[in-house]
Design a protein around this ligand. Structure first.
Ligand code: 13P
Length: 670
């Protein structure tokens, strides 16, 4: 039951963040306008310039947090972040609900307008859900493995950033506002001033120079100016009532005369150049405005610029652009509602919106090449919102399923690379064999391998005293021989030590360095190991360099840092020297304990080591480096371990001491 509640909370919180991030991303201009309102209310007008950038940040971070919650990833971080956000927003929305400084909070953009009290209630529910999850963190469902989620996370974020970009550069991919193609502006404009039930709207239709326009009775045009009466049109009250939210578009001309009915009553084509603020309007494509205006004049279409009544801005605009078209004035917010770009164009016919676009979206040569009635620009260009919603969903869901085929291809390529690097099974006899026992073991192994097809390199690393004899014993076989250590010094008064050149002088080709037992009992650290590596390489030995974490480091999650730290000794080598090294991952908690790392655990670390090498050197070197696994590796678990794409063999302790137990591990390379 607790699990079910937790999963529901996670879906609710995740889903809410996803939705609110997405709608903000679809309409970033709307989001930034809303943010501007807030900043103004809280006296942060100086930050208004930032509101466009803040809109992006808000949209993307809400969506990102939504993904983390929904998929149950990075639980600790997402829960604390979510809690912090809700602790900030819940009191803020209570303040909004109590004092109403902003009509609607805008948390779901214009896609779903909530009252301030509804928003507050929503936030309380989210806060409670997050608190519940904090206490039931372990019950949060994690639907995807980490790598899959990471892939999906970035892919989905790219989609959402793309929507933000469309909304910023063009118009929102989905228009949540009522001014859409096919909608009657007349109905929208007169909706809020809807005539009383008994009132009917009377339009008169006049014609001048072959152009017909519709006027309300109180704004009949001057017949002496060439207007001729043609007809009347009566709109009954119920017809003039718009569905849903009413709007209030009121247009004034330069003489402060209201001309809304005149402009929207025009039964012909009307171009509207819309700019909520001419001072900040984008000045690209200004020629496009001039060309359209000229074309409209030629064809007898009406052309107005609707902007904020700011004489200075208008004067400035006329001066800069040489604009001759008539200016009409409207409420800034209303213009921003009509179009999200600044400036933008809208084409009406008989008061109905045919299309709207940012300047760069209009193909002016095509549009001006024929009369509007004879081309598609003169028709309603419907935007299929359901189709667009469908495509957004597809774009957001597709990467989820793209991961598996991509992963498959990636594995294929990796396997190809893998063929290039050596597969090795190496024995580490440790302090276990006398000279005679060692020689006998080596001879036994040689005999067992004789005439067999061996699919990997076979190496035995023996105590110093056996190295030379074992080299002799395995002569003529595929077996390579190595020592279990060498001195960090070149030569001299180091009693009991064996130098790398002495190892090499026996004919041995390998040397194990940095084994956890030497790190633990002999205090070997990176400084010593760097010297040993240099000695080994200088004498032509291949170092089998061991790294691995202890139990505590595995349990407290620091194992990757620990391994990276151990790899630092190798990273002192030139790329050329590094290419000669074999790496062995040996989790200390799995050595001689019978506890093997699962193949997933081992693969995770091997992939991590390879990625680290690629970062330090390059992908080619990383692909060529053999990384062995060591720690209770036996014939029974070797096949599964070796099947992992980044495990290139094993470094075997106990099981290397008998031919019978060592051979099945070698044979695991089929
Ligand atoms: P075991 O195979 O005995 O666990 O030892 C692994 C090892 O330390 C090899 O170097």
């Amino acid at each position: 039951m607790k699990k079910l509640i937790t999963v529901l909370c996670q879906l609710l919180v995740g889903g809410t963040f996803l939705f609110s991030g997405l709608v903000k991303a679809i309409d970033p201009v709307g989001t930034s306008l809303k943010l501007g309102e807030y900043l103004q209310h809280f006296g942060l007008v100086g930050m208004a310039d930032l509101s466009a950038a803040l809109a992006w940040v808000l949209a993307l971070s809400e969506f990102a947090l939504g993904l983390l919650f929904f998929f149950g990833q990075h639980r600790k971080m997402s829960l604390w972040l979510g809690l912090l956000i809700m602790l900030f927003f819940t009191p803020l929305t209570l303040y909004l609900a109590l004092y109403n400084p902003v009509d609607d909070c805008g948390c779901f953009g214009d896609a779903w307008v909530l009252t301030n009290w509804q928003t507050f209630a929503k936030n309380v529910v989210l806060l409670l859900a997050i608190v519940w999850m904090l206490f039931n963190r372990k019950r949060i469902a994690q639907w995807l493995v980490e790598e899959w989620f990471a892939f999906y996370f970035y892919a989905a974020m790219i989609v959402v950033a793309g929507l933000c970009l469309i909304g910023t550069r063009r118009l929102p991919y989905i228009d949540f506002r009522p001014y859409r193609p096919g909608v009657s502006m007349r109905q929208l404009a007169f909706g809020s001033r809807a005539p009383s039930a008994s009132e009917t709207l009377y339009y008169v239709i006049y014609e001048k120079d072959g152009v017909r326009r519709e006027f309300l009775l109180d704004s009949i045009p001057d017949e002496s100016a060439g207007w001729e009466f043609v007809d009347t049109r009566i709109v009954e009250p119920q017809q003039s009532q718009p569905a849903g939210k009413t709007q209030s578009l009121v247009l004034f001309d330069a003489e402060q005369r209201e001309v809304t009915a005149e402009v929207l009553g025009d039964t012909g084509y009307v171009f509207l150049l819309l700019s909520p603020d001419l001072l900040t309007a984008d000045e690209h494509d200004l020629d496009c405005i001039d060309n359209l205006y000229e074309y409209a004049m030629q064809e007898g279409y009406a052309f107005y610029c609707i902007t904020l009544n700011d004489p200075a801005a208008v004067g400035h605009w006329r001066y800069r652009t040489g604009a001759e078209y008539p200016m009409l004035f409207a409420d800034q917010q209303e213009i921003e509602t009509m179009i999200r770009s600044n400036p933008g164009f809208m084409l009406l016919h008989d008061g109905v919106i045919l299309w709207k676009s940012q300047l760069s979206g209009i193909d002016v040569p095509v549009l001006t090449s024929a009369k509007l009635s004879e081309q598609s620009y003169g028709q309603i260009q419907p935007i299929h919102r359901k189709k667009r919603v469908f495509w957004i969903i597809v774009w957001l869901i597709a990467p989820l399923f793209l991961y598996l085929p991509l992963q498959f291809i990636y594995k294929l390529i990796k396997n190809k690379n893998r063929k290039m690097r050596k597969k090795i099974v190496a024995g580490n006899w440790k302090m276990n064999t006398t000279l005679q026992e060692g020689v006998a073991l080596a001879e036994g192994l040689k005999a067992a391998l004789a005439g067999k097809k061996v699919n990997c390199d076979v190496v035995v690393c023996t105590p110093f005293i056996s190295v030379a004899s074992v080299v002799k014993a395995v002569e003529g076989s595929v077996i390579g021989v190595g020592a279990e250590d060498c001195s960090e010094h070149e030569k001299g008064a180091f009693t009991g030590e064996v130098a790398a050149n002495m190892v090499a002088s026996t004919g041995a080709k390998y040397v194990i360095l940095g084994h956890s037992e030497r790190r633990q009992y002999h205090g070997e650290n990176n400084a010593i190991l760097v010297n040993k590596l240099n000695q080994a390489l200088a004498n032509g030995l291949t170092p089998i360099f061991c790294v691995g974490e202890v139990k505590e480091e595995r349990e407290n999650g620091t194992f990757k840092q620990v391994i990276e730290g151990q790899m630092e000794a190798l990273y002192t080598l030139s790329a050329e020297d590094f290419a000669k090294v074999v790496v062995a991952y040996e989790p200390v908690w799995a050595i001689g304990t019978g506890l093997t790392a699962t193949s997933e655990q081992a693969q995770e670390v091997h992939a991590f080591i390879r990625a680290s090498i690629a970062k330090k050197y390059n992908a080619a070197i990383a692909d060529n480096t053999s990384i062995l696994y060591g720690g209770s590796c036996k014939g029974s678990n070797a096949p599964e371990l070796f099947a992992q794409p980044d495990i290139d063999g094993g470094l075997i302790g106990g099981a290397a001491l008998k031919v019978d137990t060592f051979m099945p591990i070698i044979e695991a390379w089929k």
